[in-house]
Design a binder for this molecule. Structure first.
Ligand code: AMP
Length: 619
């Protein structure tokens, strides 16, 4: 049934449901839609608050009702432990993936040293990056609903081209948790190209570079657009380089010039003031030749040439990435039809000049670089809504295809709405020592627990050589051909053991059933994701218990009797927590056991290092 909505602000009747485009950024996020009158994309500015929503979630007093955006940003310095920023960096990542970066965050990321997905602790509650991203998306959704005076239930969300499957899936889940049906996850450079009108006609063939320098990240992508298909030829960048580094270069310069280090180190508010002045100087110098401001009894000055000298090494690093991306795509600057600029930091004239010089053509910065990705997402949403008849719509798979993993969870391999033909895969391993068979169960559907989805097939990969748990490497590949036939193959890489099945996923499914499955996934989103989080917490806890018990058995002699008693108490507490179905209780016990045992583990490591060193001594 088609819905008809009346836009109360303009009185115009909208025939189709609004599908918004969302740029869920590391530093800032935006939502855009296609204005029904001019049919052009517009970034939504609710109540004159601007189009940009800082991607910051603050939990006042460590409670559980968050505030999001500019109001939340105010607490970054005063309540860092309750104020979560850059959550996009954590999406779909394990603690191990984060490495040393986990320590650089102002808030607490739970260190379970496992391959499970990271959790953030605020007070006594544990949040997944999916839940925190969902808070940002809810805020964007509310702003859109408020500004457009109509319910918003569907969205296209953008992600960096280098995001892997689990980061994309995490973004989809965040959307679902925010009450949004995510019609498609789109690459940010693809959205930027669409915003610049590239790739809108089916017979167009173009090759473009998209240079994206935001607040905290940098990436460059080379895209080839052919018959409505956007192919990422190469991507390069640095996920820890952005406008914040330009600010830091200015701060360091002023600090040295005026010997400010001591005064600033002693005062949080001076530190904040200096940071804001540095950012103001940077912005000012995009338009003017010199900057001056009073700060704590001195006058801070910066000319444009000085600024350029300070940031040249950083800009050079981005150009090195561009060179690499072009080489990886096996192209030269002359092969590019356009160079598009994305991200607020591309307003810096030196950046513009360096990029234009490297690519040997003037870069295109005619659209607002903060908005361009969201605008492109809105255009993609419009295409998926069927409002652009001139644009080719490719066949897509209507439901997610995936396999069952530990605890009965659905692990999506090919997300719904993927263009077909398509191929995707993931690597798995065994969970028990000496396991020689692996059961592969293939499911279709949007729910988090496989028992709620439709089972398509099941087979055993037999003959895996007996090895300790975690060592075998099993590649599972899904190949969905243009006729909608799915081939699932599993290969154990060490022994080259393989097994495959072919299935027709749509067989026996009516459109109404597909629709019902989608509806169910939206209405059960909360409980499904909660159930998934309990299962994930239990898996982390079980791994932790296994590790601690093994550690104590092996290194018990290095622990004092008191430490042994404490460790046993921690283990018992975690076992007791496991009898509950409460993820916060379980994760709190994991966190406490981790805090308790970490010093022992470090000490034992030091002992074994010094023993190894002693062994190497030349007598
Ligand atoms: P984004 O993550 O794309 O929103 O980029 C935000 C970054 O762009 C921040 O580091 C801002 O300081 C920077 N930025 C915004 N406007 C300007 C400007 N006029 N000149 C230089 N940098 C800017």
């Amino acid at each position: 049934m088609a819905k008809v909505a009346i836009n109360l602000s303009t009185g115009s009747i909208q025939q189709e449901e609004i599908i918004v485009g969302i740029d869920l950024g590391t530093t800032n996020s935006l939502v855009a839609y296609i204005h029904p009158d001019g049919r052009h994309p517009v970034a939504i500015n609710d109540q004159g608050r601007g189009t940009i929503v800082p991607s910051v979630v603050h939990f006042p007093g460590g409670g559980d009702t968050p505030i999001v955006g500019t109001d939340a940003k105010e607490y970054l310095l005063t309540e860092p432990q309750n104020t979560i920023y850059s959550v996009k960096r954590l999406l779909g990542k394990s603690y191990q993936d984060l490495g040393q970066h986990a320590q650089e965050l102002g808030y607490k990321v739970i260190d379970d040293n496992s391959e499970g997905l990271v959790k953030i602790r605020v007070g006594d509650t544990f949040y997944s990056p999916i839940e925190l991203s969902a808070e940002i998306l809810k805020e964007l959704r509310q702003r859109a609903e408020h500004a457009l005076k109509t319910p918003v239930n569907k969205a296209v969300i953008t992600v960096p081209a280098y995001f892997n499957d689990s980061q994309r899936q995490a973004t989809r889940d965040a959307g679902r948790l925010a009450g949004l049906e995510v019609l498609r996850i789109v690459n940010e450079p693809t959205a930027a190209a669409l915003a610049y009108g590239i790739g809108l006609s089916p017979d167009e063939e173009k090759t473009v570079a998209v240079y994206d320098l935001g607040g905290g990240t940098f990436d460059v992508s080379i895209l080839r657009i052919q018959q409505g298909i956007f192919e990422v030829l190469s991507t390069n960048g640095d996920t820890y380089l952005g406008g914040d580094d330009l600010d830091r270069a200015i701060i360091n310069h002023w600090t040295q010039q005026h010997q400010l280090a001591q005064a600033v180190a002693a005062s949080g508010s001076l530190q904040q003031e200096l940071r804001l002045l540095a950012e103001a100087a940077k912005r000012y110098l995009s338009q003017h030749e010199d900057f001056a401001a009073n700060f704590n009894d001195v006058v801070l000055r910066l000319t444009k040439p000085e600024f350029n000298d300070l940031i040249r090494p950083l800009v050079e690093r981005t150009i090195t990435s561009c060179r690499q991306a072009l080489a990886d795509a096996k192209l030269t600057p002359a092969d590019l039809d356009a160079v598009l600029l994305v991200g607020g930091s591309t307003r810096v004239p030196l950046v513009y000049d360096a990029v234009s010089e490297f690519f040997q053509q003037p870069a295109n910065n005619s659209l607002n670089p903060d908005e361009v990705v969201a605008l492109g997402a809105a255009i993609q949403a419009d295409i998926l809504g069927g409002n652009r008849r001139d644009v080719l719509l490719l066949d897509v798979t209507p439901l997610t295809l995936g396999i069952e993993t530990l605890g009965g969870l659905m692990d999506p391999i090919i997300p719904r709405n993927s263009k077909i033909p398509t191929k995707a895969g993931r690597q798995y391993t065994t969970s028990v020592d000496g396991q020689v068979n692996l059961k592969i169960s293939v499911y279709q559907g949007e729910r988090d627990l496989v028992k709620e989805n439709r089972k398509l097939a099941e087979f055993d990969l037999r003959g895996i050589p007996a090895m300790p748990a975690g060592l075998p490497k099993v590649d599972v590949n899904f190949i969905l051909n243009a006729d909608g036939i799915l081939k699932v193959e599993a290969i154990e890489l060490r022994s080259n053991t393989r097994q495959a099945v072919e299935i027709k996923p749509q067989y026996g499914l009516t459109d109404e059933q597909v629709e019902q499955m989608l509806m169910d996934s939206m209405t059960h989103a909360r409980e499904d994701i909660a159930a998934r989080m309990v299962i994930e917490a239990r898996t982390v806890a079980e791994q932790m218990l296994y590790q601690v018990e093994r550690f104590v058995a092996k290194n018990g002699q290095h622990l004092t009797p008191e430490e042994t008693t404490q460790t046993h108490a921690g283990v018992e507490q975690l076992k007791a927590a496991l009898t509950t179905q409460d993820k916060d209780t379980i994760l709190k016990a994991v966190d406490e056991l981790e805090e308790l045992t970490r010093p022992f583990a470090e000490r034992v490591m030091n002992i074994s290092i010094s023993q190894a060193m002693a062994g190497k001594k030349i007598e």
